[in-house]
Design a protein around this ligand. Structure first.
Ligand SMILES: Cc1cc2nc3c(=O)[nH]c(=O)nc-3n(C[C@H](O)[C@H](O)[C@H](O)COP(=O)(O)OP(=O)(O)OC[C@H]3O[C@@H](n4cnc5c(N)ncnc54)[C@H](O)[C@@H]3O)c2cc1C
Length: 296
């Protein structure tokens, strides 16, 4: 099986396929977790997707995250956190397409899984895939040791009246991650082309500084940007690509790709290796539910 894309979704599918004895080759264009998967908040929520088609996937994933953290030998910073929401204002603020051809080996004669995040949409010219967009966001990391394991969601107003919702996640290694700031900038051709806007990053750092003296004093260690993969209905595409035997897709996880990667990976491995997914019902994620963006 060939898995295209070594973000969290591709890596998870590859891991669970390998655990089932399937020989897997992962093809990555740039670097492992070089895009949204390596620049996300990594925040996991048990029940925030309840009431939507994502609910069962998220709950199964939440359980798998805990199991994976216990069984994998690497400590990658998994831990339980308390979560808070607060409102903050900047000082002085009143209250208030590009197309590329599919690679020639995508000929339907082997099994291939497409997990290239927002870049999966670039194959829509050849395959009957619904549109996959990239939604850009910024993040900074601050060097602020000893901040407790409290996830923080902030309702924030800048001095010029913009409403932001920064998310602040302290990590076990002494780093505090802050993200937010949606940007309509178009998806570049590859992750290397993602541009970082210094002003957006400064705004995020300033927002963090408004809620905590420790964060206001903390040096910025990284400024980064990435694109989360989104679909027209906000629900991921997980399943066979219509009209392309042996080709599967797993993308479009939007703001919850880190949370939902494990169950996506295990369910896809079940589908590919056993012919049906048992862990969760994949029908709500069927790529055929949305019109194809392929040019007729
Ligand atoms: C600022 C921000 C914060 C976030 N915070 C959270 C959070 O707290 N919790 C959460 O659950 N989710 C969060 N997310 C969402 C999450 O990061 C994404 O949903 C998830 O990382 C998407 O993973 P992916 O594997 O589908 O895509 P990606 O991470 O984009 O990986 C796709 C991979 O495919 C590769 N690729 C592209 N083209 C090709 C090609 N032609 N051939 C081979 N490989 C190719 C890319 O190089 C890349 O490595 C956040 C997203 C953003 C932007």
């Amino acid at each position: 099986m060939i898995v295209c894309g070594a973000g969290v979704v591709g890596a998870s599918v590859a891991y669970f396929l390998a655990r089932r004895g399937v020989a897997v080759t992962v093809v990555e264009r740039t670097g492992v977790a070089c895009a949204a998967s390596g620049k996300s908040g990594g925040f996991l929520a048990l029940d925030w997707c309840d009431g939507s088609p994502l609910g069962p996937l998220a709950r199964a994933s939440f359980t798998l995250h805990a199991e994976l953290a216990a069984e994998l030998s690497t400590d990658y910073g998994y831990r339980r956190m308390e979560t808070f929401m607060l409102a903050a204002r900047e000082r002085g603020t009143p209250a208030g397409g590009h197309r590329v051809a599919a690679p020639p080996w995508l000929d339907g004669s082997g099994i291939v899984l497409l997990a290239m995040g927002p870049w999966t949409g670039r194959l829509a010219g050849r395959l009957r895939l619904p549109t996959v967009y990239g939604l850009k966001g910024y993040s900074v990391t601050l060097d602020a040791p000893d901040v407790p394991a409290h996830a923080l969601f902030v309702d924030y107003r800048t001095a010029d009246g913009r409403a932001l919702e920064p998310e602040i996640f302290p990590r076990p290694d002494g780093e505090v991650y802050v993200c937010g700031m949606a940007d309509p900038a178009p998806l570049p051709d590859s992750p290397e082309g993602v541009e970082v806007n210094e002003n957006s990053c400064d705004t995020l750092a300033r927002a963090a500084g408004r809620v905590s003296v420790a964060l206001a004093a903390a040096p910025i260690t990284r400024r980064q940007a990435c694109y989360r993969p989104v679909t027209d209905d906000g629900i991921p595409l997980i399943g066979p690509v219509p009209g392309a035997p042996g080709v599967f897709v797993a993308t479009g996880h939007g703001p919850w790709g880190i949370l939902n990667a494990p169950a996506t990976g295990l369910a896809m491995a079940e589908l590919v290796a056993d012919g049906a997914a048992k862990l969760v019902d994949l029908r709500p994620f069927d790529p055929a539910r949305l019109p194809s963006s392929r040019r007729r």
